[in-house]
Each structure stands twice: as structure tokens, then as C-alpha cells.
Design a protein. Structure first.
Length: 229
């Protein structure tokens, strides 16, 4: 049974996506503010900064922005490997549990710990999350950066109001815009929380993502049948 074939799982997937989008916002803002002004999740920003550093021949900045990109590649590769050997339910549980444990451990580390250690580890677990959670019902989305999500919101709104569009297209566009719009808002809310908490609570602020990840894990245990593929 696939996720997209079951309406109940589609509804549950949206709630999971909101939780994970907020988590992605918390991690990106927290790492940017507190660990060297790089992004742990949004690789687009790191690539832009990397390009500026290459142009400026700033080798320290080049390395600093290559590190999370390397962690991202490693996380996606690990997810691909696990996906070929696990059911979807097991993959989601593995990724969420692993991410929650990693953030809990990182929260205990002192602020003197090298920034690159944080960025590469968080980039790895965030990439594993991105590669594991890809869809809300029939819609694809990304839980750690919003460019594609915002594009889909705009396209959904157009379909919902386009002159001459049939009812089915309007309804699908409306649902698409609503789902992806909520995901973008949750990412924004998470980013605000992460930016506020990082300077105040240091690495302990990573624990703000724990309730979200634990809730998502419990939802997978409850709502995803063990035989889902």
C-alpha cells in the first residue's frame, strides 16, 4: 500500500510535514545565528556563499561552506541506502529517531565545540529527513527549504483562480496552495524560534526541535501500517 493511495495517510502526512518544516526552520536559523553563519539545511544559501567566497579567494569561507554541503550529500546517500533495504515506515522511524537522538546529544556540547562539527552533523541528519519525507498526499514538498514550496503555492493559487479552469483543477490547486502554504509558514515560524533561542540558550536551543520530532515519530508509529511500502 502506498502513502498516496490512502486518504487518511495523506491527511496525517500533512501534519507530519508541518512538524518537520518547523524543525527545519529551527535548525537552519539556529545554526546560522550560533554556528558560523552557514546553513545546515538550505544548501542554496551555502552554494551562494560558496560562490562569493570562491570569487573572493577566501579559502576559510570556502571550506566553511563546503562542510555542510558534504554533510548534506552524505545524508542523502545514507537515506538512499536505507530506503533500498527498509519499508517506508521503518525508514521514517529510523530517520526521526536518529535525528532526535543526535540533536539531544549536540545540545549537551559546549559552545566551544568547533562550528564545523555542528554544521556537518546537522546537515547530515537534515538531509536524511529531506530524502525520507518527500510527499504530502499527491504533492511533493521539501521540509528544510522553501523555494520549491513557494513556487508550488503560486502555481496552486493560479490553478484555483484561473479563468475557465474546471472544478477539479480549481479544487486541486486550492488544496495544493493551502498545504504548501502551511508548510512554508511553519518553516518561517521555526526560523523565528531558532533565531530567538540560539543566542539565549546556546546549544540547548536545539532541544526545541525535540517535541516536534518526537510527535512526528509517535504519529508514524500510530498511523503508518507496518506493511506500508
Amino acid at each position: 500500500m502506498s502513502l498516496t493511495a490512502n486518504p487518511a495517510l495523506q491527511s496525517n502526512a500533512l501534519l507530519d510535514a508541518l512538524l518537520l518544516a518547523a524543525t527545519g526552520g529551527i535548525l537552519d536559523a539556529n545554526v546560522f545565528v550560533s554556528h558560523g553563519h552557514v546553513f545546515a539545511c538550505s544548501m542554496t544559501g551555502n552554494v551562494v556563499f560558496l560562490g562569493v567566497a570562491v570569487f573572493s579567494h577566501d579559502w576559510g569561507e570556502i571550506v566553511r561552506h563546503l562542510v555542510p554541503i558534504g554533510g548534506f550529500f552524505a545524508g542523502v546517500t545514507a537515506s538512499k541506502y536505507a530506503r533500498s533495504r527498509l519499508t517506508e515506515r521503518s525508514l521514517l522511524l529510523l530517520g526521526l529517531t536518529f535525528e532526535a537522538l543526535v540533536l539531544f546529544v549536540l545540545g549537551w556540547l559546549p559552545t566551544s565545540c568547533p562550528h564545523m562539527v555542528f554544521t556537518i552533523i546537522i546537515a547530515f541528519v537534515a538531509a536524511f529527513q529531506v530524502a525520507s519525507y518527500r510527499r504530502v498526499g499527491s504533492f511533493s514538498y521539501n521540509s528544510t527549504f522553501v523555494t520549491g514550496n513557494l513556487r508550488d503555492v503560486a502555481e496552486g493559487l493560479y490553478d484555483a483562480i484561473a479563468p475557465g479552469a474546471i472544478l477539479e483543477v480549481r479544487e486541486k490547486g486550492r488544496a495544493h496552495a493551502l498545504a504548501l502554504g502551511l508548510i512554508c509558514l511553519c518553516f518561517l515560524a521555526g526560523a523565528v524560534i531558532g533565531a530567538w533561542a540560539g543566542p539565549r540558550f546556546a546549544n540547548y536551543s536545539l532541544w526545541l526541535a525535540e517535541p516536534l520530532l518526537i510527535t512526528a515519530t509517535l504519529r508514524v508509529l500510530r498511523h503508518y501500517p507496518q506493511h506500508i511500502q
